[in-house]
Design a binder for this molecule. Structure first.
Ligand code: F0G
Length: 427
């Protein structure tokens, strides 16, 4: 495998702050991390990523019994983050479920489900937000904003509220699941419903951020991905503790491709420190809904850039995205780890959602895309029977009650009478 990384520890540039700086992934320009608000490279407008003088080892994360900081969740990984602590609810430390019936049904040696729906607001976004809001405080901004298919808005509203900052969210009108709008609303965000899709919302909010109206906390913001990196650390640690080895493959839903980029970054940092052997890096395998699959298209065509899809549609509204902004970070992650990307139908997503639910794991449709994708790749022989796989489920079932209701059993009306109940049960 060829991992696209430089294994020597980089010298900190002069602009570094306590061993942390921002670097452009395209031209390499470096910037001070917390002096000015900046989302992309001043010189070439490409994506930025946080860099550290000292990459982390597993020992740095402690054994869960540390006394000099949180010993659970995202901030246990503070040695790999730009700060030691932030606004926390707390987040992370999510379960890595076994799913024996699904494992047998899919036909792989090991299947574990990393359920990010168990975070405080019900999605992985909390991991990014705890770090992103901490950076917002450092920068001294007064208001936070995001475009969202729903989950980011819920997390932004909750973490922004806790930090006593104003929050503004732009949502694609009519295309956000009920639970997510309810969260953003009750946590106090100002909600604008835009007559356009998520990508249009992101265009607008980027422009607002560029004009200094608010601090942007979409995954374009490199610090969001720092928090989301901890998903990768947790999976590797927990899988190794249970199986004595690392997973061969991690399958995850892809929208803006932030998690794909974040997991790749987590693995690169561990390889750089010598904590992880390059041969042990899991194959990053992205799954998109067939109606919103520009990343899959790029991977299949071996293209360096994605083509923006203007018309996107899927029941998995969380990943109804046609212009994955993190593609320049995520495409190398998929390729260099030996992974792939696959598109699945909405029907396959609903089937997978039911199969997970039958094992007691309640997820929203976008999350189930990971299992649907694994099933498809296993059927096609891309995934082998002897593989050890982790599927990431990104959001909780209750986020999208309408989808759950449609996928599940219908309630049956019955008279207020034991005999009537028995009669019905006898049918
Ligand atoms: N799964 C869920 C449940 C999501 O909410 C999202 C993204 C993804 C997967 C895709 O993750 O962007 O890292 O590839 N939701 C964003 C939002 C866009 O606004 O809540 P990604």
């Amino acid at each position: 495998m060829t991992l696209d990384l430089d294994t020597s520890a980089p010298d900190a540039p002069e602009c570094a702050d306590d061993g942390v700086w921002l670097a452009c992934i395209a031209c390499g320009s470096t910037f001070a991390p917390f002096e000015d608000v900046r989302y992309t490279c001043d010189d070439c407008e490409s994506l930025l990523e946080a860099r550290y003088e000292t990459p982390p080892t597993f020992e740095d994360f402690g054994d869960g019994a540390s006394t000099d900081g949180p010993d659970r969740g995202v901030w246990r990984y503070r040695e790999a983050l730009p700060f030691d602590l932030g606004v926390t609810l707390p987040e992370g430390d999510t379960p890595l479920h076994e799913a024996p019936r699904l494992e047998a049904d899919v036909g792989v040696e090991t299947l574990r489900i990393k359920h990010e729906g168990m975070n405080p607001t019900g999605s992985f976004k909390d991991r990014g937000m705890t770090v992103g809001v901490r950076v917002a405080e450092e920068l001294g901004v007064g208001a936070l904003a995001c475009a969202s298919t729903g989950n980011t808005s819920a997390a932004l509203a909750a973490y922004g509220g806790r930090a006593d900052l104003e929050t503004l969210v732009l949502l694609p009108a009519g295309k956000v699941a009920a639970g997510k709008v309810a969260q953003a609303s009750l946590h106090g965000a100002r909600i604008l419903e835009v007559d356009g899709n998520f990508d249009a919302c992101l265009d607008i909010v980027q422009e607002l951020a560029a004009r200094g109206e608010a601090y942007l906390l979409n995954s374009l913001n490199p610090f969001r991905l720092e928090g989301q990196k901890t998903i990768g650390f947790e999976i590797l640690e927990a899988f190794h503790a249970d199986h004595g080895t690392y997973p061969d493959r991690i399958v995850l839903p892809v929208g803006n491709a932030g998690n794909t980029a974040a997991l790749y970054k987590a693995f690169r940092e561990l390889v750089r420190s010598g904590a992880l052997d390059v041969d042990d890096v899991p194959k990053l395998t992205g799954v998109q809904a067939a109606g919103a699959a520009p990343m899959v298209e790029a991977v299949e065509e071996d293209a360096d850039e994605i083509r923006r899809w203007e018309d996107v549609e899927t029941r998995a509204t969380a990943i109804r995205i046609g212009n994955p902004v993190n593609a320049p970070k995520a495409l190398p992650g998929i390729r260099n780890t030996g992974g792939t990307a696959v598109a699945v139908s909405d029907e396959a997503i609903t089937d997978a959602q039911r199969a997970l639910a039958n094992e007691g794991i309640g997820v929203e449709p976008a999350s189930a895309a990971s299992v649907a994708g694994l099933r498809k790749l296993r059927r096609e022989g891309v995934v082998d029977a002897d593989e050890r796989v982790v599927c990431l489920t990104t959001g909780h079932l209750l986020k999208d009650p309408d989808a759950a209701y449609e996928a599940g059993n219908d309630p049956e009306p019955v008279a207020n009478d034991v005999d009537a109940v028995l009669e019905l049960l006898a049918d």
